[in-house]
Design a protein around this ligand. Structure first.
Ligand SMILES: [Zn+2]
Ligand SMILES: [Zn+2]
Ligand SMILES: [Zn+2]
Ligand SMILES: [Zn+2]
Length: 259
C-alpha cells in the first residue's frame, strides 16, 4: 500500500492550455515537477510557494523519461498541462504518504513506525494499517490501549467515552449502549429507545420497531438537560440541540413546579 511520487528537475518548457478559450501560457526555466499518486502535478520555479503551473487530480497523467529527457502530460477536461525537458534532467521516485499530526507509535513489534492522524483516520506510516475515527473523536498521543497498544480517543455520545481507536478492539457501539440504551422513551409511542448499529454507526431506535420506526442518530456531544419534547439535549461543537434533529420544540424543558 506504499505509494510513490515522481520528482523531475531540469530546463523545461511548461505549457498550460485551455481548449475552449484557446488560452495558452508558456513558461521556460529550470523547474522542479512533482507528480503525486493522485495524479496532481505541480511545476515549481525558484521562488514562493505557488507553482508556475499545476493541475489538481487530472483525468489522466503520463510521465515519460529516457536518457535524453522527460515529458509530463496531464489532461483534465479541456485543460492540458505539459512539461518537456530540454536536457536529460533528473527523475527520481520516492515513497510518499499522507502527513498528519503524530499520535504515537505502531504497536506491531515488527513495525514500530509513527502513527499519524490524517483526515478521518489514524494511519501507520510503516505498515499502512489504518483505523477510521468516528465523528468528533479526540485522539490522545499520551495514552495507549491496555489491550493492543494503539492510542486511545475520547468520543462524546451523551457522556465522554475513552476508547481504543481500533473499533475491532473496543466497540464504540457497545460503549454507547452502556450510556444510552433504554435510557429515554420514544416520543411517539413511549417504548424504550434502544441503541442499534447501522454500517458501524450507533443510533437510537424505538424498541417497537417495526411497528414504530422512530429513530435518531446519536449527536457528537455531551448531555445538556432535557428538551421541551422530553428527549435529551446535547452540547455539540455547533451548539446545543435536541436528540431529534428536526424537533420543533427544541428548547430547554420548563422546570417542574411542585404543587
Ligand atoms: Zn505499523
Ligand atoms: Zn486496543
Ligand atoms: Zn416508538
Ligand atoms: Zn426536542
Amino acid at each position: 500500500m506504499s505509494q510513490t511520487t515522481t520528482i523531475l528537475a531540469g530546463d523545461c518548457t511548461t505549457r498550460f492550455e485551455t481548449a475552449t478559450t484557446s488560452d495558452e501560457r508558456i513558461h521556460r526555466g529550470r523547474v522542479v515537477v512533482l507528480a503525486k499518486p493522485d495524479r496532481t502535478v505541480l511545476v515549481h520555479d525558484r521562488a514562493g510557494y505557488q507553482p508556475v503551473a499545476w493541475l489538481t487530480r487530472p483525468d489522466s497523467l503520463t510521465v515519460e523519461a529516457d536518457d535524453d529527457g522527460f515529458a509530463v502530460t496531464a489532461r483534465d477536461g479541456d485543460q492540458r498541462l505539459s512539461v518537456r525537458s530540454h536536457d536529460a534532467g533528473e527523475v527520481v521516485e520516492r515513497p510518499i504518504s499522507a502527513a498528519g499530526v503524530p499520535v504515537g507509535e505502531c504497536p506491531d513489534p515488527d513495525c514500530r513506525a509513527a502513527l499519524v492522524r490524517a483526515g478521518g483516520d489514524v494511519v501507520c506510516l510503516g505498515c499502512g494499517d489504518a483505523y477510521g475515527l468516528p465523528p468528533g473523536a479526540t485522539v490522545h498521543d499520551d495514552d495507549t490501549c491496555d489491550d493492543c497498544g494503539l492510542p486511545t480517543m475520547t468520543v462524546a455520545r451523551g457522556e465522554k467515552l475513552r476508547l481504543c481507536v481500533d473499533y475491532a478492539c473496543e466497540s464504540l457501539t457497545e460503549a454507547v449502549r452502556g450510556v444510552l440504551d433504554r435510557r429515554f422513551d420514544c416520543p411517539d409511542c413511549g417504548r424504550d429507545l434502544r441503541v442499534r448499529e447501522h454500517r458501524g454507526r450507533a443510533f437510537l431506535g424505538c424498541d417497537g420497531y417495526p411497528d414504530c420506526e422512530t429513530a435518531f442518530s446519536v449527536p457528537s456531544g455531551t448531555f445538556a438537560g432535557e428538551c421541551a419534547c422530553g428527549l435529551p439535549r446535547f452540547e455539540t461543537a455547533t451548539g446545543v440541540r435536541c436528540l431529534d434533529g428536526t424537533c420543533e420544540r427544541d428548547r430547554p424543558a420548563e422546570p417542574n413546579v411542585g404543587p
